[in-house]
Design a protein around this ligand. Structure first.
Ligand code: PLP
Length: 414
């Protein structure tokens, strides 16, 4: 800690320099991590709401009952989007992100299993599921069992059936998966879970604000939400395709009495009863208020319009990639997340290096080795340049111009 403070203009100048050495989050050069909507009206609203709520705290619902009501309204709006039966009871909570939503869901499934006498409950999750399930197993004392994928890079339902044991607390299905953008067979996995007396968590962290709108646009979207019998909990990230800045996700339970199991109450200290509905204590108010504002500003109609544009650029990129010799889309992705693989003589990670030289930051998959692209609506304005640079980079790698490069991106944090 320094002795004497530094003036604001000097500090802002330093931050500007430091930030300018990193990718510009508005420039559409990233594919994942950030989800630019490309809508300045929406961003202006978010900045204004954020300004008003930046110093708030959502810890105590009795001190800030209106903020608590905003959270309840967000939870209820997302619950209705995902067809959770309307019961008048609270369905879940807002959390800091998909990981916290998943941790809470796994916690509730653990508590249910323990109440049934199971000491070491199991999570059955597809090999393509997000690392948050491994993290949940690590934090919560659960065992993670991976469901292998079938030839279409979906969770293999028959394999899942044979992996179920008396200790299975929950079966996970992604709608859709992070590495490939592919739907798991939700109906089959939920039925297997129900038959085994286990829960089924549908991970709609990326899909929740895409799939309902693709469906409204007439795309073929298999049932993936609470409309599917056996689905007990869901996670939906507002800070991805909901276009709210980071720190906003929703965890939902089908049953009215499950929400209580994720909460925590404590009274054995000198400051009275302490309670929280999620993992954090003090919680930022801004993600709640921004989620409330964005959901109400866009409505179903606004999201549908945005997803329509997103589907358009996805189709463009997809047919461009399908037209490239030696490159193939992995499986049949349902939405704006596409993975590609290549012939053995073409190293797509070298292509990613060549693209990084042009300041495009693609994601790298290891199985199958290749690239993953997560499109946002904001990419619409850079698609032509992106495809032109991809063509150039592919040609450079094929021509050997980029051989022997470093492949610096193999470790991923996304
Ligand atoms: C992003 C993501 C998560 C984790 O969410 P965070 O907000 O990064 O914690 C979980 N599952 C899926 C499918 C995701 O895409």
């Amino acid at each position: 800690m320094r002795e004497h403070g530094v003036g604001a203009p000097e500090l802002l100048g330093r931050l500007e320099r430091r930030q300018s050495s990193e990718p510009d989050v508005h420039a559409g050069r990233l594919f994942g991590l950030v989800y630019p909507s490309g809508r300045s009206d929406l961003e202006d609203l978010i900045v204004e709401v954020n300004r008003r709520y930046l110093f708030g705290n959502a810890l105590n619902p009795f001190r800030f009952p209106e903020l608590a009501a905003l959270e309840a309204e967000v939870v209820s709006a997302v619950a209705s989007l995902l067809h959770r039966p309307e019961t008048g009871q609270r369905a879940g909570a807002m959390t800091s992100g998909g990981t916290e939503s998943i941790l809470l869901s796994m916690l509730v499934h653990r508590e249910r299993a323990r109440a049934g006498g199971i000491e070491l409950p199991q999570i059955l999750a597809p090999a393509s599921a997000h690392p948050a399930y491994a993290k949940a197993a690590h934090y919560l004392g659960l065992e993670l069992v991976q469901i292998p994928l079938d030839g279409a890079w979906r969770a293999d339902a028959e394999a899942a059936r044979s992996l179920v044991t008396a200790r299975t607390a929950v079966i996970v299905a992604s709608a859709f998966s992070y590495p490939y953008g592919i739907m798991d067979p939700v109906e089959e996995l939920a039925a297997i879970a129900a038959g085994a007396g286990a829960g089924c968590h549908v991970d709609a962290c990326i899909g929740a604000f895409v799939l309902p709108f693709l469906k409204r646009l007439g795309h073929d979207v298999p049932p993936f939400d609470f409309s599917v019998p056996g689905v007990t909990t869901m996670s939906a990230d507002v800070h991805k395709y909901g276009y709210v800045p980071k720190g906003a996700s929703v965890v939902l339970h089908r049953a009215d009495d499950w929400f209580d199991l994720q909460g925590f109450l404590y009274g054995k200290w000198g400051a009275g009863l302490y309670g929280s509905a999620a993992m954090a204590g003090a919680r930022p108010a801004s993600p709640i208020a921004c989620s409330w504002a964005v959901l109400n500003y866009l409505g179903l109609e606004g999201y549908t319009e945005i997803v329509s544009g997103l589907a358009e650029i996805t189709a463009r990129l997809r047919s461009f990639l399908e037209g490239l010799a030696g490159v193939e889309i992995v499986g049949d992705p349902i939405g704006p997340v596409l993975a590609v693989r290549s012939d053995p003589d073409l190293d797509l990670h070298a292509v990613a290096d060549a693209m990084a030289d042009r300041r495009w930051y693609l994601n790298r998959n290891l199985d199958p080795r290749g690239l993953q692209v997560m499109l946002s609506p904001g990419h619409a304005s850079v698609m032509d340049e992106f495809m032109a640079d991809l063509t150039t980079s592919l040609a450079a790698v094929r021509g050997g111009a980029s051989a022997g490069r470093r492949h610096d991106g193999d470790a991923r944090y996304s």
